[in-house]
Design a protein around this ligand. Sequence first.
Ligand SMILES: *Cc1c(COP(=O)(O)O)cnc(C)c1O
Length: 368
Amino acid sequence: MGVPLLDLKRQYEYLKPEMDEAVLKVLEHGRFILGPEVRQLEQQLAELCAVRHGVGVASGTDALLLALRAAGVQPGDEVITTDFSFFATAGVVARMGARPVFVDIEPDSYNIDPALIEKAVTPKTRAVIPVHLFGQVADMDPITEICRRHSVAVIEDAAQAIGAGYKGRPAGSIADYGCFSFYPSKNLGAGGDGGLIVTDSDDNAELLQILRVHGARPKYFHRIVGYNSRLATVQAAILLVKLRYLRQWSEKRIQHAGIYDDAFKDNSAITRPVVKDYTTFHIYNQYTIAVENRDEVIGKLREAGIGYEIYYPVPFHKQECFAYLGYRPEEFPNSNRAAETVLSLPIYPELTSEEQGLVIETVTSATA
Ligand SMILES: *Cc1c(COP(=O)(O)O)cnc(C)c1O
């Protein structure tokens, strides 16, 4: 049979009429860059996050980059973030000429450990980027408390957590900036690259709007040197269609997670994802287990034709491009352990119960 890690073709099968109509409409009106659908998407995502503004940009990576710029991060500044995330989270800091400062994660949630942030703050710290990994929001209250005390900006990397909740508050709405990605494998995925920043501040929103169009306002009058980072209208049109399904898709993912949890609960060889007590909605962009005999499990998954992925095999402090930062592996016991044991399994909404059954059977037989 075989089970893909993600199958977007299945989604298109039932979205086709709405999706085709939305795309054709853009082809007809021809306002391809920052057109009316972009504005609509910005409003709807601001509403979803219960904040005043959304600013569409070219990717999730750019969302982070522009938020760092808007937060006033300068070359030589320090930006604290997790040691365990997708590369973009740390890459944007280095691209600003700032110094990434990595801190270890909590062993159960895989999110940044707030207790370690305080120790990493120096007079040069300008911002902190917590990541809501796999669809669960990081422990934001202690993070925002520390940052407020030190006058440091907080930028949520909510690329994997659109629609997730922390103590009833939407992911992305808790800090100064919330950054989303519409990369196709995210829970709300476009037909290409796209990203968006939400913020409750009028000033921040205006700055972000200027930064995405080369720093100009009005056109051809450049207040600052910005970027070419605009969201394509056709992507916004696709996203507006999919946004109507986001809630039910998240619920499907939660349902699948429950079935995995149940099947694995008596298996001491499998560490299941932990839902923290402050989490009001874990949207499971990934269902990530941890196993000691990962190679063996992967071998069995391959044999059965089941898709899987290791998010992430190399923590930031071990990346070649960050060798200049001079970190030692002993400083990051939890991210190193995670990198050696994590394994993400298929959890997309359209996953059938037969398919999930095969995944469960295969993982169980490899961990017996
Ligand atoms: C996907 C992702 C990004 C980057 O988003 P792109 O749209 O691919 O540029 C940033 N951070 C995290 C945690 C991500 O998962």
